[in-house]
Design a protein around this ligand. Structure first.
Ligand code: 4NP
Length: 151
């Protein structure tokens, strides 16, 4: 079983989309996908209604997800930890206990050669269009990652 963790700040906008989209592209008997936030603001909350809406538009139900905060034991549980932006990346790296932990953490958009800016934009203070953009970029990048992981 390969375990993948998607990380953003609040675990209500970007990483729930990455979680749901990645899960939909990988066989569930070989992959476990989860998401978490670096911050504690939204623990226990469902994804943002705009993330739920854009996922639904593309046939994915993410409404039953519940936000949680990243914890150090996630380094033991997961094989790959993908941060949505460099701030999330730095926050997770600052919690790493050793080199094994550090090597598990990646900037999600580093997998996507077609995009220059490696920070997934935070749509929280944006409009539905911003969530649409995030959905498309997450989907494109998950396609690349899923192909690489599925070998
Ligand atoms: P996310 O977006 O990190 O993609 O879930 C945010 C959600 C909440 C906040 C910021 C970003 N906030 O400040 O509450």
């Amino acid at each position: 079983m390969t375990r993948i963790l998607m990380i953003c700040l609040g675990n209500i906008c970007r990483s729930p989309l990455a979680h749901g989209i990645m899960e939909s592209k990988l066989p569930e008997d070989h992959f476990y996908v989860d998401s978490a936030g670096t911050a504690a603001y939204h623990i226990g909350n469902a994804p943002d209604r705009r993330s739920i809406a854009v996922a639904k538009k593309y046939g994915l139900d993410i409404s039953t997800q519940s936000a949680r905060q990243f914890k150090v034991s996630d380094f033991d549980t997961f094989d790959y930890i993908y941060a949505m932006d460099s701030s999330n990346y730095d926050n997770i790296i600052s919690l790493a206990r050793n080199n094994t932990d550090i090597k598990k953490v990646r900037l999600f958009l580093d997998a996507n050669p077609s995009i220059q800016n490696k920070n997934m934009p935070d749509p929280y203070y944006g409009e539905q269009d911003d969530f649409e953009y995030v959905y498309k970029l997450v989907n494109e990048t998950c396609d690349i990652l899923a192909k690489a992981l599925n070998g």
